[in-house]
Design a protein around this ligand. Structure first.
Ligand code: UDP
Length: 248
């Protein structure tokens, strides 16, 4: 059980990263369909307005606060919640794997998964990439894709279809392994997209870097503004610190 802090409708564990990693390794060991999602402000704002999406996120085994907005909203409650970026957490899992992990990469444009697979295999001796599938298959093929992935018996499934599709996909198919929603991570591992310099990441400005490099992301700014408005104007009682939630 972890203590949690509630940001809009979502509960984030107030747990050191090391503990979160141990929990994730335990989830992999359990061989059941487990899920880790990585909400940022945009996802939290969507969850606050969409009960179905909120319910789906509540079915996660862990929510990682992947955005400076979430940390700022927690700070407003006097709670320190450091950002845990999904891509860093996924890499930390591979780095600390107690045995070779079978990993399936789902998402991104054709060719990106294979390039990401090469990079992950090069960097992490215990990452055994058992398959890749691009993220541009028609909806009707979803069950076939899921059956093919399940057939590879992965320990870890990185789903990079963008939110909310990736969380909906993970929830619908419940493949027996630890699935993580990881947005644009495959593009980064494939070398197609550059992450913000470390100094910008530390300053909580990775979103600004990504928006400057891909102006289509400007379309996301209204959701960020909506989140900021709610996070700053709602009564603090609408948030809460909960000391008996989240069973690992
Ligand atoms: N994507 C996909 N199928 C789709 C739409 C998007 O596989 O139908 C991929 C896209 O190519 C990219 C990822 O999903 O690799 C989404 O990246 P984005 O930067 O939007 O995610 P974020 O990191 O912001 O959550």
């Amino acid at each position: 059980m972890f203590d949690t802090v509630r940001i809009l409708s979502l509960d984030f564990p107030l747990t050191p990263r090391r503990e979160l990693l141990l929990t994730a390794h335990r989830l992999i060991g359990s061989k059941r369909a487990a899920r880790i999602y990585t909400p940022n402000a945009e996802m939290a704002y969507r969850a606050a307005r969409d009960p179905a999406f909120s319910a789906l996120l509540h079915r996660a085994d862990l929510l990682l606060p992947d955005g400076v907005g979430i940390s700022m909203a927690a700070a407003r409650q006097g709670v320190s919640l450091s950002r845990v970026s999904g891509i860093d957490f996924a890499e930390a899992l591979l780095r600390t794997a107690p045995r070779p992990y079978r990993v399936f990469l789902l998402g991104a444009k054709p060719g990106i998964g294979a390039a990401a697979a090469r990079e992950l295999s090069r960097r992490y001796a215990r990452a055994e990439i058992v398959g890749v599938q691009d993220g541009y298959f028609p909806c009707e093929r979803s069950h076939t894709v899921a059956a093919a992935i399940a057939g590879m018996r992965p320990d870890l499934l990185f789903v990079c279809l963008g939110s909310p599709r990736q969380e909906q996909w993970i929830d619908t198919h419940a493949i027996p392994c630890l699935a993580m929603g990881l947005g644009g991570s495959l593009d980064v591992w494939a070398g197609e997209v550059k992450r913000a310099p470390a100094v910008m990441q530390r300053a909580g400005l990775e979103w600004l870097w990504r928006t400057a490099r891909d102006p289509r992301r400007l379309a996301r700014l209204p959701a960020l503004a909506g989140f900021a408005w709610r996070a700053l104007t709602e009564k603090v009682e609408d948030f809460s610190v909960n000391c008996e939630k989240t069973e690992p």
